[in-house]
Write a new protein. Sequence first.
Length: 252
Amino acid sequence: MAITPDGTQVLSISRDGTAKLWDVTSRRCMQTLRSVAAPLLSGALTPDGRRAVLARQDGKLEVHDLRSRQLARLIQAHEQRIFGCAVTPDSARAITASEDGTLRVFSLETGECLGTLRGTSWFRCVAASDALICAGDQEGNLWMIVDGTATPAALPQPRPPRRPRLKPQDLTRLRDKLAWLYGSAQVALLVIREAGLDERRLNLTGSSSEIWRSILDEAIKQSRLDDVVRCALRVYRTDDDLLVIAKLLGIS
């Protein structure tokens, strides 16, 4: 579903390949849009009420002109399914959330891709304001991204997703060291909060080793392993194990 900011029109999207534009006051269907090829998975209305953007199962975007009742543009947005679609408040850009693990921003006037952000799993939904893009992914993460595409420019990536560069034995070494340095859940919380991890997503029960396994798993998932190591180094600056791990991670 999508709705215009003034609350007068609603767009409903169906896997049967149709989208319907509804008048809220009269509850009547004003217009039916039919996809030219594939089932529809999501869609959006431009705030100015002129266009509807429909996201298809085959990775394409259809831009429909609601006044002329014509397909205005077909954009090859992704190679895989588009699960979420949003339009910016200026009615100029569409943001797509795809099974291919990317968010992409497109100009509705030209169809040009203005920016891409790569995640760590499928993106399932997306919403946009004047300066912020929010998206949810398959792993349960909420991404909040500054929208740098008001003028044609690459979407900024302040924290590019990064997989750990540590071997399993190095991760075990780090876990054991942190479990020894921070032996209780209460003390571990100091590192968790300083590193920016959400403690609600952590298992802080069990032995120190089990607690730190949960913390490091979540830190890797959120690309914050470096932050955890930096936090520990601020207190234990000369610890040999931490210094070795920091070197492996490229932390100066």
